[in-house]
Design a protein around this ligand. Structure first.
Ligand code: CP
Length: 326
């Protein structure tokens, strides 16, 4: 379908009645549509000659990253800046964590500097939930271990919604190291809430051992099966940092069985390719696929800024009808 066929339903709710964004588990279609619709308004702001609004002037956003990040960290900082919020940035390396300071103490000290919204990336699943119980600030998960990465999934949904008229019946295959992927889990929750059909594909060692925890999804270890009739193939990076032991004989063998190639694109003319990044060229995607016009990976990155503006705005108390929001 053409890029003009933007899915654009008006959300039936005006406000996000949530204090935090810790994951997409339990989110309903209306809440997701509110975030996507708000992100579309901010995407228009980003097209302006001066891509900034005063919406969050006087608000302070703290980004706390205990794991490496390029896209998520920079796009949250840029989103805050585009909304005229102040930002303070913490990275584990070079911090007093090396002197033994705990996560809770670190976050409470940063909050004591008067921060309103805290964005947290942490290798431990549940770390955002833990901090949310100990801070007054609104907490936004920027990825916790292999648990969830909700803003990545929301920006993925925004990117799909640009290309398809509806999520109802949309066929999305998530391919790769699903078992260790927080992106996969959040996408499953979001896509299923909106009515999409989700297939998880990977070697048996990389598929979830309890797929019942991801309701309504199909699993397969045959890439051809996953691509048959598929609208979107979302490839995942192999999360070597979360694997206790090798789950596949070699990266070359992985690519031979599960890597998306130009031949796959040629065999499936309507197929779009997504990837949350960072991409390992030649492993999950053939290099030519990364640069192909049907790979919409950089669209995902562009949408990340508007989507994170929407999340900051809504959790700061903004609503769909507020005057001057954008
Ligand atoms: N997609 C994603 O989370 O990328 P970063 O690790 O670079 O933030």
């Amino acid at each position: 379908m053409s890029k003009e066929s933007i899915q654009n339903p008006q959300p039936k709710i005006q406000n996000l009645n949530r204090r935090h964004l810790l994951g997409l588990s339990g989110w309903g279609a209306e809440e997701i549509q509110l975030v996507l619709q708000t992100a579309r308004r901010f995407r228009e702001v980003l097209e302006r000659p001066i891509p900034q609004v005063p919406t969050l002037r006087g608000t302070t956003v703290a980004t706390l990253f205990f794991e490496p990040s390029t896209r998520t960290k920079l796009s949250f900082q840029l989103a805050a800046s585009r909304l005229s919020a102040s930002t303070v940035s913490f990275s584990k390396s070079g911090s007093s964590v090396a002197k033994g300071e705990t996560l809770k103490d670190t976050a409470q000290n940063i909050e004591a500097m008067k921060t309103d919204l805290v964005v947290l990336r942490h290798p431990s699943p549940g770390a955002p939930h833990f901090l949310a119980r100990h801070l007054d600030a609104a907490l936004i998960s920027a990825g916790d271990g292999a648990h969830e990465h909700p803003t990545q999934a929301l920006l993925d949904l925004l990117t799909m919604a640009e290309r398809f008229e509806t999520f109802e019946g949309l066929r999305v295959s998530i391919i790769g190291d699903v078992a260790h992927s927080r992106v996969a889990r959040s996408n499953v929750f979001g896509l299923r809430a909106l009515g999409a059909e989700v297939t998880l594909c990977g070697p048996p060692t990389m598929l979830p051992s309890h797929p019942a925890g991801l309701p309504g999804v199909r699993t397969t270890s045959a890439l051809g099966d996953a691509l048959d009739g598929c609208d979107v193939a979302m490839a995942l990076r192999i999360q070597l940092e979360r694997q206790d032991e090798p789950l596949f004989p070699s990266l070359r063998a992985y690519h031979a069985h599960f890597g998306l190639t130009r031949a796959h694109l040629d065999a499936h003319p309507g197929l779009l390719v997504m990837h949350p990044g960072p991409v390992n060229r030649g492993v999950e995607l053939e290099s030519e696929v990364v640069d192909h016009e049907r790979a919409i990976i950089l669209d995902q990155v562009t949408n990340g800024v508007a989507l994170r503006m929407a999340v900051l705005y809504l959790l700061a108390g903004g609503g769909a009808e507020d005057e001057g929001a954008a």
